[in-house]
Design a protein. Structure first.
Lengths: 371, 356
């Protein structure tokens, strides 16, 4: 019932991850020359860069919208663009993404409409998009629970002999949750076509990684479950893309799941409602800003003549245009039909819910009547 | 020949959820079966008629389940349809959710009531809510089978009546059969249902026996009057249906009371029409369940009936329930579980002397 993985694949799955995070482009924008990963083609690197510029602009826009009261809350992924964009562009059309609340940029990169993607954080509806359209599961708030959904989804693809894989995003904090461990174990036993991407951004709200685990790296989580494990530089979009792409290909070919720990940093606070100064120093943040994923790729591309000022200006203009569209989409009043509350609790409304719906509508209709 | 999933999907040619009560008649005429055998037959017939159906959980494959409910299914349908999982309940329900998102219909087993608790987050935060969260775009036609309740001498953690945890979660259907015939049809209906169903199997009645009629009977969300009577309504579900029936016979023989017994079947949604209809006819009601009374399901039933039937009532609605204690050790469980005498005593307290 489980496709036979080769002995080499099984051996790979038992190996610890690399001691240091793998990178293709170093923080200064120079190629590392590693032979372990394949440098993506130039046009892929340009696409990664363009989406990262747009993603960062939309992330900044969303944070700004919280200050204007247009969004209830926004968990920024600023500084994590290489992960969000690199992983999503690595997906094939038929694959599914299982994101968390911090992965709005990933969801947008998959081309979910911004107004639909932000519906959750606007307080409009729990999931504003149709998951089937872009093959993106609802953004998941309960930590690590989406990892099991991804494994089950991948298992179904395997049982149906469909060429399809699942990519699940989790954070460093989520790796302490039991569901992460159960998901890795089920994925290993079933050899399910699933890829786990841990975005290790250093903090679970305020709790630093050192209080989360005693392991040398989160990537070691996979070894005990027979899941191939890799440790990469999460601020190197080329490395993220190359690693996730290869892992998805292996998974879909029946060669087993992969766990990838991508080391990155959450530049902003947990959300707009959080005060990061209470638990980390400005110097620490400065150090990570020097490792900025966007500037790294931009330097690499400019050095190689694949980008210039004119191209950058065009990309920037495209990002501004999309940000303006988001502002426009968020400018109207939120207008939800209260009757919707009862519409999708069950496939068919129960008599009791139909009665509660009538009660609420009558109450609303009578609101003006009371003195 | 074993039908592979791929082949079966091509045969079915549709990802649509079967409408309720379509094609759910038993595939064979069956003589008297135990509830275990009836559940086994329902799973086999569902696997046979719907290629999207999968059965998995702990020990359900080679062993056939600790209660043998899945006996022989792995051999008959193959390990792609019926299989053992790692021992992790959140993992079982969490992966079932992902499978349902990808078009399959998982029927999963939690080995015992209290062993389902590790899956509580997946049940309450996802299983119950995904349809609502996605405005109907992703439904989860999943059945979670849970052997539940006491009375079989189980040691600690093997006898919980855990229904109240589930009925308090909108989006879930919670059903429980009282006997083998209903076990067959209710499970078929649950598997065909587009909503997630918590299917509680009363362990105490696993070895009770009766024929399985071809008629599927009432829909998944309907209660049934198991015994008609004029004087008082006993409202019960699961294992307590049998106990209530015994009490009704004893009441007729010993006291001359004509007792009506309503088997709820569906704890959520609640069939107000059938139950309130009965109580309006009799004017007296006793709710019976083995779970603790405080904050229990009987409180909801009593409250609803009071709201709907107040002017028909001759006496307050009483509850006969387990005590408000952790489930007792086997040598003491007979004191905890409602029995015929305790039910008769409750009926006796229904202010009969006030009758004009």
């Amino acid at each position: 019932m489980t496709p036979p993985s080769s002995i080499q694949d099984r051996v790979d799955a038992a190996l610890p991850p690399s001691a240091d995070p793998l990178a293709l482009i170093d923080p200064d924008g120079h190629p590392t020359g590693t032979a372990v990963l394949d440098m993506p083609p130039d046009q892929v690197l340009r696409a990664l860069h363009r989406q990262m510029v747009i993603g960062r602009r939309l992330d900044t826009q969303a944070t700004a919208l919280t200050r204007q009261g247009r969004l209830a809350v926004y968990p920024s992924s600023r500084g994590q663009e290489a992960c969000q964009v690199g992983a999503v562009l690595a997906l094939r059309e038929q694959d599914w993404l299982f994101p968390t609340y911090r992965d709005t940029v990933a969801v947008l990169t998959r081309s979910v409409a911004p107004a639909e993607a932000l519906s959750l954080l606007r307080g409009e509806w729990h999931c504003g998009y149709d998951p089937n359209v872009c093959r993106v599961a609802p953004q998941c708030t309960p930590l690590a629970t989406n990892a099991l959904h991804a494994v089950g989804f991948a298992r179904a693809a395997q049982l149906k002999h469909q060429d399809q894989a699942a990519l699940v995003l989790v954070g460093d904090g989520a790796t302490s949750e039991g569901d992460t461990h159960e998901a890795l174990n089920f994925a290993g036993v079933w050899q399910a076509p699933v890829v786990f991407l841990i975005q290790n951004n250093g903090y679970a709200i305020s709790v630093p990684l050192a209080k989360q685990t005693a392991a040398p790296a989160l990537a070691y989580r996979g070894v005990g479950y027979g899941v191939r494990s890799m440790l990469i530089d999460g601020n190197d979009a080329a490395a993220v893309f190359a690693t996730v792409r290869a892992a998805l290909g292996r998974a879909a070919a029946g060669r087993g799941p992969t766990l990838i720990e991508a080391v990155t940093y959450r530049v902003e606070a947990h959300t707009n409602a959080d005060d990061a100064a209470r638990y980390r120093s400005a110097a620490e943040v400065e150090g990570w800003l020097a490792r900025d994923p966007l500037r790294r790729l931009e330097t690499y591309l400019c050095d190689r003549g694949l980008l210039n000022a004119a191209a950058l200006a065009q990309i920037s203009a495209a990002a501004e245009q999309q940000a303006a569209q988001v502002r426009e989409a968020m400018s109207g009043e939120v207008d939800q039909d209260p009757a919707e509350l009862f519409a999708h609790v069950y496939a068919q409304p129960t008599p009791a819910l139909a009665a509660q719906r009538e009660f609420l509508l009558a109450e609303i209709a009578g609101e003006g009547d009371r003195p | 020949m074993i039908r592979t999933l791929e082949q079966g999907l091509a045969e079915a040619g549709s990802e649509q959820i079967f409408s309720e009560r379509t094609g759910l008649v038993p595939l064979a005429t069956r003589p008297a079966l135990t509830m275990v055998a009836a559940l086994n037959a329902a799973l086999a017939d569902a696997l046979d008629t719907d290629p999207r159906v999968l059965v998995f959980g702990e020990d359900v494959g080679t062993l056939g389940g600790v209660f043998r409910v899945t006996d022989g299914l792995a051999a008959r349908f193959g390990e792609e349809r019926v299989f053992d999982t790692p021992l992790a309940e959140a993992g079982i329900i969490g992966t079932a959710i992902g499978m349902a998102m990808n078009g399959l219909v998982p029927v999963v087993e939690m080995q015992f009531d209290a062993f389902a608790y590790p899956a509580f987050e997946q049940v309450t935060s996802h299983l119950a809510k995904l349809r609502n969260r996605t405005r109907g775009r992703l439904g989860l036609p999943i059945v979670v089978r849970i052997p539940y309740g006491g009375g079989i001498g189980g040691v600690e953690h093997h006898s919980d009546a855990s229904e109240a945890y589930y009925v308090h979660t909108p989006g879930l259907r919670v059903v429980t059969p009282g006997g083998p015939a209903d076990a067959y049809h209710l499970l078929r209906q649950s598997i065909a249902c587009a909503d997630p169903v918590i299917f509680l199997e009363p362990k105490l009645r696993y070895w009770s026996k009766e024929p399985i009629p071809a008629d599927p009977g009432p829909a998944i969300d309907r209660a049934v009057v198991r015994r008609a009577g004029r004087d008082v309504t006993l409202i019960a579900y699961g294992a307590m249906v049998g106990t209530a029936m015994q009490a009704a016979e004893a009441a007729a023989a010993d006291e001359g009371w004509d007792v009506e017994v309503v088997d709820l079947r569906s704890l959520s949604p609640f069939d107000d029409a059938t139950v309130a209809g009965s109580v309006r006819r009799t004017g007296r009601a006793v709710v019976v369940h083995e779970a603790a009374g405080f904050g229990g399901y009987g409180a909801e039933v009593a409250a609803r009936l009071t709201e709907q039937c107040f002017h028909y009532l001759e006496a307050p609605i009483l509850r006969v329930t387990g005590f408000d204690i952790p489930y007792p050790p086997p040598v003491l469980e007979r004191h905890h579980l409602p029995g015929v005498d305790r039910i008769l005593d409750a009926i006796a307290r229904l202010q009969w002397d006030d009758r004009a």
